[in-house]
Structures are given as C-alpha cells and as structure tokens.
Design a protein around this ligand. Sequence first.
Ligand code: C2E
Ligand code: MG
Ligand code: MG
Length: 630
Amino acid sequence: MRLGVPRAIRPVEPLYLKFGDAQIHEVVAELLNAENFYIALVTEDGGHLEFPYFVDTADREKPRRPLGKGLTEYVIRTGRALLADRSRINGLQAQGVAHSRGALSHCWLGVPLFRDEAVVGVIAVQSYSPAIVFTARDQELLTFVAHHIDIGLTRKQAQDRLVTAHAELEQRVSARTQELARANADLLEQMGERLRAEQQLTHAARHDALTGLPNRTQLLDRLAVAIARAQQDPTRLFAVLFLDLDRFKLVNDSVGHSAGDELLVEAGRRIVAAVGEAGMVSRLGGDEFAILIDNLEGLHAAESLSQGILGALGRACWVAGREVFPSASLGIALWHPRYRNGVELLRDADAAMYRAKASGRDRCVVFDEAMREQAVQILDLEADLRRAINGTGFVAFYQPIVRLSDRAVVGHEALLRWRHERRGLLAPGEFIGLGEDSGLIEEVDWLMYAQVAKQLAFRSEGYISINVSPRHFRSADFADRMLRLVDSAGADPRRLRIEITEVALLDDVPHALRTLQQLRGRGVLAQLDDFGTGYSALSYLHRFPIECLKIDQSFVAGLIGENRNEAIAVVRAIQALAGTLGIHTIGEGIETDEQRSALRELGCAQGQGYLFGRPAETMLLAPALSEFSL
Ligand code: C2E
Ligand code: MG
Ligand code: MG
C-alpha cells in the first residue's frame, strides 16, 4: 500500500489522538501559557473558518466566519507559524496583510495544522497582557503539538466516514435479512424465538463481525470436508490462499482504526468479487484473509486467480480522505496427501505469504519444498532459543554514549546479542519475535541484566543503560527484582539506567509511575527510547521521572536526507520539549560527522552511533579521542 504518511510514523497506536480538543488544550497548557487558546479549521468548502475549540478570557464567542484577513488566515495563507508581538501585529495591519480580530492581543502565536502537506487550520494562543509574551521555544512546542493533531484530524474524519459506512452496511444487512426472511417465512414461523436466537449465535460464531465473511472456524470446517473428499478421490485438487494486506498497520496507526476497518471491509468486498463462485473467502482476523478454492484444475488456475485478486485490490480507493493503493501479499498452499488437517495447509499458505512479503510485497508465492525446510529451521531456532536459556549464549554488547562536543564517553547502552552455535552472532531483531509469545524473551532479558549488573560492579566509571521492554513493565515486581539483582551483584544502582519506550508508560499509567519512582528512589534513572516516532505521551510526560529523551535514529538519519527540513523541525521540537521538562537528549544512530554537527547545532549534547563505536563486547573506557579527529 503506498501511502502519503510521514515516514516517522511507527506502527504503534498514537494513543494521544484518542483525546479530544479539550485534551489538546490541556497538553498545550502544560507546556505554555494557554489561557487564550483556539483551534481553527478551514471548512470543507474552503471558504470559511470554524473554531471547534476555543477558550478565551476576553471573547465569549468565536462564530464561524468567512476567510478574511485575520492573523489566523495569514498563517493559513503563508503555511508558516507566526509569532507576533503588538508592534509586529501593528506592522502587519499597516501593510494591510493581516488584522488582529476580537480583543486586542499583546502577543499572538499561531502554527499551521497540516494534512497531506496542505494547511487545514491553525492552532493559536494569545495574551492580552503585556506580562505574558510567547517565545520561539513556545513556537516549537506548539509546532510539535500541531504535528500530532495533524494525525488526529485525519483520524476524526475517518471515524465520521465509518459511521456512515456502518449505517449503510446495517441498511444493507437489514434489507438482506428481510429478503431471507420472506423466503424462509414458512420455516421461520415454525421456529420459536429461541431457535432464532440460537441461529443468530451460530451465525456469529461462524462469521466475522466486521466484514460478515465466514471466519476461521467455518473455513476449517470447509477445509476438513475438502480434505476428506480429496483423500477419497485422488483426482480432486484444491488450494488455500493466504492473503495479508501490505503495510496495513501503517494505515491503522497513522489514520486510525476506523479507517483501517473501512479498508478491511472494502478489501473483503473486492476479494469476494474477484473470487466469485470459484471459492470461499474468509477473514481470519486483522488484515488476514484466506480463500479456499475447491475443484481446482491445477496450480496455474490458483495462480491466475491470485493475480486476479491482487489486481482487484490494487485499484485506488479513498480512505479517511487519502487516496490509498491497497496491495497484498498472497501465499498459495496446494493440497498434498501429506497434510493431515486444514491448520497445516493454512500454516504453509501463511509461510508462502511471508515469502511474498519478503520478496517485495504485492505478489503471490506458492509454498514449496525449500520453504518447508525453512519453516523447519525456524522451529529449530525456537527450540535453540529454549535450550540457550540455560547456557551462556546470550551476551551483552556495549555501545558508547558520548558527549558530542568532545566525544568523551559518558555511559554505555547494553545491547543483547545471541552467539548461536551454527548461525553466528544474532542481533535482537533476528530472534526477539520468536520468543515473544512464550515469554522467553523476558527470561533472556534477565540473563542480560544479570551480566550488566556484574559489569557495573566490576567497573568504576560511567553508567550502563539497559533496554526494558513494555512487557516487563506489566509485571508487578519488576522494580523489586531489578533492585535485588543490582544489590546482590554489589553494584551501585545510581550507575544503572533503564531505556523504555512510551508504550511502557501508557499501558498502565499508575503502575508505570510507581515502578519508575521506586527505581528512581534508588538512583536508577529512566531514558525514553526511540522518542518522537508518532506515539506521543506528551500529556503524561511531565508526570514521569524521565531523565532524558533519546531522539530516534530515523530523525538523525533524516538530518542529511531528502526530508531534511522535516527531521530538523522534529528534532528542534524535541529539544524544546526536553528544555521545558528540564531534561536532556541523546541522539541515536549517528553515523556521520555531518549528523553530529547538525545535532549539536540543534542543541543536542549527547549521542551514540557507529561514528563513535559499534556495539562491542568490551567497553570503551577513556574518551575515544585518539581514534577520531575532532
Ligand atoms: P535501541 O534500543 O534503539 O538500540 C539501538 C539500535 O541501533 C541497536 O540495534 C544498535 O546496534 C543500533 N545502532 C547503534 N548505532 C547505530 C548506527 O550508527 N546506525 C545504525 N543503523 N544503527 C545503530 P540492535 O542492537 O540490533 O538492537 C535493536 C533493538 O533491540 C534495540 O533498539 C532495542 O529496542 C532492542 N534490544 C536490544 N537489546 C535488548 C535487550 O537486552 N532487551 C530487550 N528487551 N530489547 C533489546
Ligand atoms: Mg535502547
Ligand atoms: Mg533507540
């Protein structure tokens, strides 16, 4: 799926966006003086301004108005933020470019709200007293907030659309039900209320609620029948197609769940239309569909049908005000007598689908012997992981965190590595997914943490930060266990830091807060990892004892790329935010001197990355001065 969403958006749900306008105001009020605050949006006809939210100490009302020459309109026209004191406002007025409307403001600050690079509104604060003036930092903060509202607006629109879509769907369902009811009138009369209710339940148990398509249960039943038939009659052939929409998570996370639902319904419709009478389409959950094609002539027939489905899916469609080009990856598993049940067929079709994804998406792949072997290998790796838990295969690698001005090492981040007997050194990305469901990864983490605690006790300088996944934050005794571990190793907790992501904070706010406070009480500081990637806990941030924000690699990489300006704006906003919270920042993934300088110019004082040293089994002790020219 090709989508015009900012690259920085991560596949995590931006929780912040569940809040309404009043919460946006609350967030802004945490960060700057927002006694007088409003959100202005350009109406759909493009000719008016409306104010879905405003609080104002001087004006009682802010009615919808035609676009004119206000400061708000000025920001909309220029697409740039405006920070204006009284004399600047007078200047703009004298030039006839913009007027201050309503009560006379002493200072006015407004930033544009964008969607798809077009200005759709403005968020503004103003002061009526000479005692309150806004600064460039306030402007950065407001820009950061606007960056998030942008996503929120799109989500809101999507929700509205979905409400309409649902109403339509309900209407259709009810029309269809009436049709059926007429056809079955005689039969229905004979059935009591109870029987009808039961029928509804059975229907619900065998259908997917969102799309109305058969669900996994029904698919497996039908597969069982197909298998039984094929076992009796070796000339019968059938296939299972496993289809997964490409980058669906991106839609969900950037434009919202309701838009995601909308897309799923549309995809379901298109698949059904493409398959026609040839098979049964079911939805397995999420963005996964499976299609049973019975009475197949041969593999080529399954392949051409798959191409037909991909073609139908690839046509543009509108979701939440964006034009999306859905695409999917499709795996085909052909019946073979070695299959014992439908689950096995589905599993192999799924594996083929993964291969289709890996080879570039928007294509179909047939499950074959090579894939069978690979599947076995993955199972082996999982078994290896279980065995390795008892051994010494997991090691901590350390990457220096340096002061950007002189490259002096201030601490290290501990990064997990698995020394696999046959496959060599593996990074977390290669195996973390494997053990996630079984909770194995938590055990691996504790092995890591034990090593780190020993290192801390052994060494006398700098701190070591460890990565703590959100699942640890769900356990009641994480802080206790961590502190016990550090104590028993004889290490100083003040030299340990934890790296968490915002997800960990928002899962269960009171619990996360207690955990962090308990650790902080003994001197274990917390750093927020991968910061700025679209999951924004802005409204909570000030409540948590956070010591620093780690600026995500994507922005650091962006500092020298095509979207330079966007990355610079985000980093600047993060710096402003950190400044307001009184904490510092660490730039991640610094690979070039250009990135280092850019970060320094933006006010980031510390960083880590290949430029200063790759993760290694040993730690860099002295400042790495000799290795680099400054
Ligand atoms: P992270 O915490 O954001 O760690 C930074 C990642 O960036 C590391 O990848 C590091 O090797 C890599 N990196 C460092 N400098 C550069 C650079 O200049 N350029 C590029 N392209 N990459 C750089 P790694 O070691 O593969 O770890 C990936 C992720 O796995 C980490 O991201 C962290 O979220 C997680 N992780 C690492 N160790 C542990 C662990 O012990 N437990 C848990 N639960 N997760 C871990
Ligand atoms: Mg980290
Ligand atoms: Mg990181």
